[in-house]
Design a protein around this ligand. Structure first.
Ligand code: MN3
Length: 251
């Protein structure tokens, strides 16, 4: 390369470098714009980020009797849910996921991971959320959440009726969800298996305010085939205080 061409080359490269540098902020803003319209970054990660380890239950296995029976709580928590946590950590090691970051990061791009990751990252997230959404104390939606429920479902009873239908009609194993959509509405959805509304593959995406587990393992010991009775009982132990906190956090 002659000196002139080299200088031109360096100048061109420098210009290209400058162009890259100049372009970077606009790329970043474009990404930020995408992120802002996306469901996940709106989450208050300090309050609601999910780790890979199973967190302890905040109540005793017997605390939700008679709505959810003791053996079901014990087996559901210590066998089913614990296994999802164990398996998601195995998958994270195999697929080089940084486990110091929230599990929500994985969920938002779950299509780029294995089936083992999809099933267990979903299973772990869904159960960690589920336990927090349960309480032996009688709670009710209040304030902005109640207002939003009344706006989007007519009444609290309207929401309960519609979500119960969604949960009853989930064929096979899966979940029913109350989610806050990207266009700021409360909507219902249902996912098969251990999928959830934070996943990029979900048909209906949004921030889950609560989820109802309708896998048979969640109710079969007490309710056998009577899923509808289990769903009716779920409303008695739903932790509306926690749902309210989640809702407020994304306003
Ligand atoms: Mn379950």
């Amino acid at each position: 390369m002659k000196e002139n061409s080299r200088r031109n080359f360096i100048q061109k490269s420098a210009k290209a470098g400058m162009a890259t540098l100049i372009a970077m902020p606009s790329i970043s803003s474009a990404m930020a714009a995408v992120s802002n319209s996306h469901y996940y970054p709106a989450i208050n990660t300090k309050l609601f980020a999910t780790g890979f380890d199973q967190q302890p239950l905040s109540f005793a296995y017997a605390a939700l009797e008679p709505s959810i029976d003791t053996p079901t709580m014990d087996i559901h928590f210590n066998k089913h849910a614990a296994t999802y946590s164990k398996n998601v950590k195995e998958a994270a090691v195999a697929e080089k996921v940084d486990m110091t970051k929230p599990l929500e990061d994985v969920l938002s791009k779950i299509s780029s991971f294995s089936a083992k990751m999809r099933n267990n990252a979903g299973g772990h997230y869904n159960h960690e959320l589920f336990w927090k959404c349960l309480t032996p104390t009688n709670t009710q939606p209040t304030g902005k959440l109640l207002a939003a429920i009344e706006k989007d479902f007519g009444s609290l009873d309207g929401l309960k009726k519609q979500l119960s239908e969604v949960a009853k009609n989930r064929f096979g194993s899966g979940w029913a969800w109350l989610i806050y959509s990207t266009d700021k509405k409360l909507i219902l959805s249902s996912t098969p298996n251990q999928d959830n509304p934070l996943m990029d593959i979900a048909e209906v995406k949004g921030f889950p305010l609560f989820g109802l587990d309708v896998w048979e393992h969640a109710y079969y010991l007490k309710y056998q085939n009577r899923r509808a009775d289990y769903i009716d009982s779920f409303w008695k132990v739903l932790n509306w205080n926690y749902v309210n906190e989640r809702f407020i956090s994304i306003q």
